[in-house]
Design a protein around this ligand. Structure first.
Ligand SMILES: Cc1cc2nc3c(=O)[nH]c(=O)nc-3n(C[C@H](O)[C@H](O)[C@H](O)COP(=O)(O)O)c2cc1C
Length: 185
């Protein structure tokens, strides 16, 4: 069974990307995956600093790294900030790109589906190529299908994906992620 973590790059309580992350997990579970929402606010992840790392990797980083090492893949729900990746997401990638003392890397060979949502019409689309580049450069495999969902306040009302075609697109992306994980195991 594919083990998938869905991670939103927003720390906001009412985050639209957090809602999308929950919806994506529901779809992943319906498609047969073992999927879980990760809320970054539940982990103490300071801004990356090599001096801090030299003293000791923070406990929250270690806790999440353990989970990420055990996962086959990730659904990334990124809030677009100024046309790019959100700062919490970039910070997460920087911490997780660092090897464990045994040399294990939490992002290497992980299969990744990229999603974004925002109130605007483009839905965070401009950040997706940036995310793809960064994840590829740390050794992840980013699946071809991706989506940015605009008009998020209406689209994600009551924690559901209200548009049938967009829901199908989301299901197709998650299905592809599961297929890639299974075929490369
Ligand atoms: C610093 C900042 C920059 C933003 N830049 C963009 C942007 O480039 N494109 C966009 O669609 N929305 C942008 N927004 C609006 C966010 O999409 C919106 O606040 C969204 O709700 C954030 O995601 P969240 O709900 O998951 O926290 C920006 C918001 C902030 C705070």
């Amino acid at each position: 069974m594919s083990k998938i973590l869905s991670i939103s790059g927003s720390l906001r309580k009412e985050s639209l990307n957090g809602k999308l992350s929950h919806i994506a997990v529901k779809e992943a579970v319906a498609l047969g995956a073992d999927a879980e929402v990760i809320n970054l606010i539940d982990y103490d992840i300071p801004i990356f600093n090599e001096d801090l790392e030299a003293i000791a990797t923070p406990e929250g980083v270690l806790r999440l790294k353990e989970k990420m090492l055990l996962a086959d893949g990730f659904i990334i729900c990124n809030p677009e900030y100024n046309g790019s990746i959100s700062s919490p997401m970039k910070n997460l990638i920087d911490w997780m790109s660092r090897p464990t003392p045994e040399g294990k890397r939490a992002l290497q060979n992980k299969k990744i589906a990229l999603l974004a949502t925002s109130p605007g019409s483009l839905g965070g689309l401009r950040a997706l190529p940036h995310l793809r580049d960064i994840f590829t450069s740390v050794g992840s495999f980013v699946i071809p299908k991706q989506a940015a969902f605009g008009g998020a306040y209406d689209l994600l009302k009551d924690g559901e994906m209200t548009d049938v075609k967009k829901r199908k697109l989301l299901q197709d992306i998650i299905q592809e992620l599961i297929q890639v994980i299974d075929s490369l195991k």
